[in-house]
Structures are given as C-alpha cells and as structure tokens.
Design a protein around this ligand. Structure first.
Ligand SMILES: [Zn+2]
Length: 382
C-alpha cells in the first residue's frame, strides 16, 4: 500500500510544502463551488474548509480538471483520508483561514473515506461580542460567532456594484453577557434566515451560529456578515451541541426577562423600523413615559454643539489625547485601564450628545432632558 510509505500528519501546522509524501485525516466542514470567471455556469473549482483532529482548520481547493471521482468525497461532515495532497500558498488580503498553506489536489492525490475520527464535529472558534464591538478581531481571516437572535430587520432587495440582484436581512444577536451585535446575511443566508423566522412565528428569540463569517471595519463602524459562499449558518438545531448548550444557558440567564423584553421576531421582520414607527406604534407624550422602555423619538435638531465629536479609544471608548510630532498625528489613551495594560490603541470618532426633548404639551418643569451616547461604532447604537 502506498499509504505505508507516506508520513501521517496529525496537525495542519506540521504541513511541509517541500514534502508531498504524506497523508491527512480530515473532516470536511464546508464545501462550495467557485464558478469560472468568464462563464459562471461552469465550475472553476470546489473550495473547502477542512478540520484536523486537533481543531485546526485549513482551506482546500480542487480544480475542476482534477475533480472526477474525488467530488463524491467532498461532502460536508465527511471524514476523509487525503493521500499525496499538493500544498499551495494561501494568499490574499482576506482568507477564510489564516494558515500560510492550502491543501490542493492533482492526479496523484488519493482520497478515501476514513472511519477513525477523534476530533470535534465543527471545530468552532467563537469570538466574544466584546472583542467585535471593540474591533479587537482579526480583519484578515473569518470569525465564528454564536448568539441569540432577538430582533430582525425586514428583508431588502438591492443591486450590487456589478448590477446583480441581491438581498439581505440584518439580525440582532445577544450573547450570554447581554452584549448585542448586528449581523447581516446576504442572498442564500438571507433566505435561510427568512424561511426559519417565517416558519417559527411563535419564537421571540432563538440561537444561531455563523461559522466563517466576515468581520470588517469601515469608517469606524464594524460589520459582521456571511463571507460570500464560504460561511455556514446553523439556526436553532439540536444537531449541533453548541447550539443546544447555548440555548440552555441563555434561558437560564435571561429567564423571567424573556417574555417582557423580547417581542416576536417575525413581527419585527415584517415591519421595517419606519413602518413600525409610522403605523404600528402608538404615539405618546414624554409626560406619559413613567418607566424605562424602548422609545423611538421623532424630533427636529435645533442646535449642535460645534465640539460634538471626539476621538475615542477602541478599547475603553474614552477620549484619547492627540499629539503631532510633525511627521504624523498620534493618539494615545490616558485611561487607567489602557495605561496598565500598555495597550496599542486605534482611535475612532465618537460623540456624546445632550438631547433636549420637548413635545407639544408643556411639562411641569418645562422640558424633558435626555442624554445619550452615539456615534463611532455600531455598538453605540444601543
Ligand atoms: Zn483606552
């Protein structure tokens, strides 16, 4: 058997680009088809993300001319023995997995089903919402997130920059510490989420996992979305034990609050924020607000303080100090926490606004006063 002469590699970190005579035991986590650039109906390659038995992930790619019988093996959750893979460099500014190499195949490569798997099923590597909100997440590789969907936008249709029809939905995810982030799902992932919500109108919240999602920062705001076709979306399924465990923990922590603070997700999905505001929600005067609650406030901005924004630290959100050494502008954080941790920081625009709200009825004391924080990152929208 050829395999006897091959060296077994248990951990993707041991892969050596100069030595092709080895074999790997892997689990296929994700497969997707890459179309030919000039002819989208034809397949250029099958792309994959593979897991080793020590929870390391690596990307793999098989060009269509080598696919042949191999493609029968390239099925998600299959455990495979790959003999004589070709190793290529994993390049690009953004990569699904930040490993210097990728696994490729040629006519010498042999693939078979393996039956001895001692690793995990999904190899999740979850990122804390706090790190997302503070922009402390890798911008060069994909991220895995787990959270409870507590709100959904309406589905919207739009044209991409290349004039393709596209659609998206944005959901709000809450973690076990109560932190919330927005996640946007496009196209097939949007459809999956919409279908689930439509078929489960009774649910006010449910857990999801987005594996191999994309984190990016644009003009100081973060965004989390699926990463083209390479992401995996698991919605409230007991087939994934991490989902079941998260659901139990979420219920235990937020039990009692659930019915009071969560409203039907299908309702929020069917009405945009605008229509919710204009047609569904009853109007009330500020005098009638006698307990803490979510409010949408309509008003006219009468005055903006000229010093309305400041540069904030991406770790602690405190105002940073600016210095200019002639060559470049340097921002440094003077908060105790950041000084103690000797943090290297990024600064982004943030604001702290005093909002004075008056409605058409005069209040006893003349006016209501409401201070709120807003600006910079999406996290400030809470
Ligand atoms: Zn700081």
């Amino acid at each position: 058997m050829a395999q006897l002469q091959l060296q077994k590699v248990d951990n993707f970190s041991e892969l050596d680009i100069k030595n092709p005579d080895h074999f790997l035991i892997v689990r296929v986590l994700k497969t997707w088809r890459r179309a030919q650039f000039n002819n989208p109906s034809r397949t250029y390659s099958i792309e994959m993300i593979l897991l080793d038995q020590e929870d390391n992930r690596i990307t793999a790619s098989c060009l269509s001319r080598f696919l042949g019988l191999l493609q029968n093996f390239f099925v998600e959750q299959n455990v495979l023995c790959i003999q004589k893979p070709i190793l290529g460099e994993n390049t690009g500014n953004w990569r699904y997995i930040d490993h210097p190499l990728k696994v490729c195949f040629n006519s010498d490569s042999v693939v078979s089903i393996a039956d001895n798997w001692s690793g995990t099923e999904h190899g999740f590597s979850f990122v804390d919402f706090e790190r997302i909100i503070k922009h402390k997440v890798s911008k060069v590789e994909s991220i895995d997130i787990i959270g409870e969907v507590v709100w959904s936008s309406a589905k919207s249709h739009f044209k991409t920059t290349t004039n393709q029809d596209s659609k998206k939905i944005t959901v709000k995810l809450q973690d076990l510490s109560g932190m919330k982030i927005f996640v946007t799902l496009f196209d097939q992932y949007c459809d999956e989420m919409c279908q689930y919500i439509t078929e489960h109108v009774e649910l006010t919240h449910f857990p999801v996992i987005l594996q191999f999602g994309k984190f990016s920062v644009y003009k100081g705001r973060y965004s989390v979305s699926n990463a083209y076709d390479g992401s995996l979306l698991f919605i409230n399924t007991d087939d994934v034990k991490e989902i079941a465990a998260f659901r139990d923990s979420f219920t235990a922590i937020f039990e009692g609050q659930t019915s009071a603070s969560f409203s039907s997700i299908s309702k929020s999905m069917h009405y945009s924020l605008e229509s919710d505001f204009l047609t569904i929600t009853d109007f009330c005067n500020t005098a009638e607000v006698d307990s803490p609650k979510d409010l949408i406030v309509m008003g006219t901005i009468k005055f903006i303080d000229p010093k309305w924004f400041y540069m904030a630290c991406n770790w602690c959100m405190m105002k940073v100090e600016k210095s200019d050494n002639g060559a470049e502008v340097i921002y440094s954080c003077t908060s105790e926490e950041c000084i103690k941790e000797k943090r290297v920081i990024d600064a982004f625009p943030s604001c702290y606004a005093t909002v004075v709200i008056t409605d058409c009825r005069k209040l006893e004391n003349g006016r209501g006063n409401h201070r709120c924080r807003g600006g910079g990152g999406e996290d400030d929208r809470w």
